[in-house]
Write a protein that binds this ligand. Structure first.
Ligand SMILES: Cc1cc2nc3c(=O)[nH]c(=O)nc-3n(C[C@H](O)[C@H](O)[C@H](O)COP(=O)(O)OP(=O)(O)OC[C@H]3O[C@@H](n4cnc5c(N)ncnc54)[C@H](O)[C@@H]3O)c2cc1C
Length: 288
C-alpha cells in the first residue's frame, strides 16, 4: 500500500506505545474506516503501519464496580453479545444494534469508532450520554502513562479529537448508570442499519413517580462533533412530563444543535427530525 515502509504488530501495550513514540505511525484496528479513507485519498498512510490487534491490554469488557471498562479493540459484535452491555449499558447496546452489517460489526471496533471521531459515529452518541471517558496511553519519557478524557471534551471537529499522535486509545470507561435508568437510541438513515445516521438521538433518564431524574441527552450528525444537550436536560430534570414540557424541551434542543445540509439530509429536515423524534423518544422512556 502506497506510503507504507514498515508493518509492525506489537504484542504488548508497552511495545505499541513505544512504537507510537517514534512518530509517523498509522494505527490499524478493524480497518473499516482506515481502508476506505486511504483508498479514497482522504487519508495518507504514515511510513509505519501498526496493527494493534495483538495487544491484549486493548481487549475485553469488564465490570470494575463503578465503571464498565471496554477495551479499544472490542468489536460491535462483542458488544452486542455482552450480557453486561445489554443489561447495564442498554443505550450503547441499542446503538450497536443499528450499526452497519454483520460483516462490518465483526471487524469494527469501539476504539476505531471513537478515534475516527465522526459526528455521526453510532457508539459515540450513547457513550456521551452515559458520561464515558477515553483512556489514552503514551510513553512521553519512556514510561507508560495513562490519561483519562471525558468524551464531552474528546471531540474537536469532524475527524478530529484531542488524542495526540503518540497516544493510543486503550479503552473506554463507562460509569454504571443509576438503578432504574432506562434509555432509547434513535437513528435516522435511509436504511437505518446500513447507513450513516442523518441524525441520531440517545436519551436516558430514571423514572421517579411521574418525574424524570438523571436526564441525559446526546445528538449525532447535527453539529461538527457528537454533542450533549445540557440545557434540554436541565429543562426536563425533576419535572413531570406533559405536552407543554415536551414541546418546550424540543424547542430548547433545536437551539442546542447546528445541523448542516449535506447529501444525507438538509438542515431543515434534520431540524424537523430532532423536533419530532426527540418528543417520541422522551415519551417512550417516560412510559418504560
Ligand atoms: C460499509 C460500512 C458501513 C459502516 N457503517 C457504520 C455505521 O453504521 N455506524 C458507524 O458508526 N460507523 C460505520 N462505519 C464506520 C466504521 O465501521 C466504524 O467507525 C468503526 O467503528 C471503525 O473501527 P475500526 O476498528 O474498523 O477502525 P479503523 O478503521 O482501524 O481505525 C479508524 C481510525 O481510528 C484510529 N484508531 C483505531 N484504533 C485506535 C486506537 N486504539 N488508538 C488510536 N487510534 C486508533 C485509526 O488509526 C484510524 O484513524 C461503516 C464503515 C463501512 C465501511
Amino acid at each position: 500500500m502506497a506510503g507504507i515502509e514498515r508493518y509492525v504488530a506489537p504484542t504488548t501495550l508497552e511495545e505499541a506505545a513505544g512504537i507510537l513514540r517514534t512518530g509517523n505511525v498509522t494505527v490499524l484496528a478493524g480497518g473499516t474506516d482506515l481502508m476506505p479513507q486511504t483508498h479514497a485519498g482522504r487519508l495518507q498512510f504514515q511510513p509505519v503501519l501498526m496493527n494493534v490487534r495483538r495487544v491484549p491490554e486493548l481487549s475485553g469488557i469488564a465490570n470494575q464496580g463503578t465503571v464498565v471498562r471496554i477495551g479499544a479493540l472490542v468489536t460491535i459484535t462483542e458488544l452486542l453479545e455482552s450480557a453486561l452491555v445489554h443489561e447495564r449499558l442498554n443505550l450503547l447496546w441499542q446503538a450497536c444494534d443499528h450499526f452497519a452489517s454483520d460483516q462490518i460489526r465483526n471487524a469494527a471496533t469501539i476504539g476505531g469508532n471513537v478515534c475516527n471521531a465522526s459526528p455521526a459515529g453510532d457508539t459515540l452518541i450513547p457513550l456521551l450520554a452515559l458520561n464515558a471517558r477515553a483512556v489514552l496511553a503514551a510513553k512521553p519519557n519512556g514510561t507508560l502513562q495513562l490519561r483519562r478524557v471525558p468524551l464531552t471534551e474528546f471531540f474537536l471537529g469532524p475527524g478530529r479529537s484531542c488524542r495526540a499522535p503518540p497516544e493510543l486509545l486503550t479503552a473506554v470507561e463507562v460509569p454504571l448508570p443509576p438503578a432504574g435508568f432506562a434509555g432509547e437510541f434513535y437513528k435516522h438513515g435511509t436504511r437505518p442499519g446500513l447507513d450513516i445516521a442523518a441524525i441520531s438521538i440517545a436519551f436516558g433518564a430514571r423514572r421517579d413517580g411521574q418525574l424524570l431524574r438523571d436526564v441525559r441527552l446526546a445528538f449525532g450528525a447535527v453539529a461538527p462533533t457528537p454533542v450533549r444537550a445540557p440545557r434540554t436536560e436541565a429543562a426536563l430534570e425533576g419535572q413531570p412530563l406533559d405536552a407543554a414540557k415536551l414541546e418546550a424541551a424540543a424547542g430548547i434542543a433545536l437551539e442546542e444543535v447546528q445541523p448542516i445540509s449535506d447529501l444525507r439530509a438538509s438542515d431543515w429536515y434534520r431540524r424537523e427530525l430532532i423536533h419530532n423524534m426527540l418528543k417520541r423518544v422522551i415519551t417512550h422512556v417516560h412510559q418504560l
